[in-house]
Ligand binder design. Structure first.
Ligand code: CA
Length: 229
């Protein structure tokens, strides 16, 4: 039976969520404050976390960050404010989904099921580990050639996708524009390394929260680019 931890201080909401999840066949535990929630999330084995943002003790931002240091378990974050959801996305904490209160319990159960199924596929697919690259809020599915940023799908051109996935699968390695041009573009094609700069700019506009302070693709001045992990 799949085991879910609800970290939620409003006990009536937590109990409502628990009842619906239990009716759907899940085993559910409730942690009523952030300190206990974080401790249990790190020490015990759960299949999914539903994490409220505003909590006594440790807040949801910090809990999500700490979970992601060691676990890939799906995290659904819950907040009463739409602005908080934007903030969570911006921080790239690696949450898998976001729900704004109030939400229908049915909607939450549907999302829980979807994320458990997705995670199950991910860990049992037997596909090579690098078919899907997940780094903080960024997910690159190399097989399907699709990209998501904090759960939202973004459209990439062929070359943008090739360049992003090449950099992401070779993290912490600085490549010059010349190297990137020769790896991604056809060697025969008449091109300009400025093409690389233009593509990096377009990729950043899609994946970065603040393109002036990129958290994924760093510019190494005078040398080239490096994907940061
Ligand atoms: Ca709360």
């Amino acid at each position: 039976m799949k085991k879910i931890l609800l970290i939620e201080d409003e006990i009536s909401i937590a109990e409502l969520e628990r009842d619906y999840l239990e009716l759907s066949g899940f085993e559910v535990e409730i942690a009523g404050d952030g300190t206990v929630g974080l401790e249990r999330a790190l020490k015990e084995d759960f299949d999914l976390f539903v994490l409220d943002l505003m909590l006594p003790g440790v807040d949801g931002f910090e809990i999500c960050r700490r979970i992601r240091e060691t676990k890939n378990t799906p995290v659904i974050m819950v907040s009463a404010k739409k602005e908080d959801i934007d903030k969570i996305r911006g921080l790239g904490l690696g949450a898998d989904d976001y729900i704004t209160k109030p939400f229908s319990p049915g909607e939450m159960v549907a999302r829980v099921k979807a994320h458990l199924a997705r995670y199950e596929r991910l860990i049992s697919s037997g596909a090579p580990a690098n078919d899907v690259i997940e780094i903080r809020g960024l997910k690159i599915d190399k097989t399907a050639r699709r990209v998501w940023v904090n759960g939202e799908e973004k459209n990439f051109t062929t070359k943008e996708f090739d360049l992003l996935s090449f950099l992401a699968q070779n993290p912490n390695h600085v490549y010059t524009k010349e190297e990137l041009f020769s790896k991604i573009w056809d060697m025969e094609s008449i091109g300009d390394i400025a093409t690389v700069t233009v593509h990096i700019k377009k990729i950043r506009e899609k994946i970065e929260f603040n393109t002036a302070k990129p958290q994924y693709i760093e510019t190494i001045w005078g040398v080239g680019y490096r994907f940061k992990v």
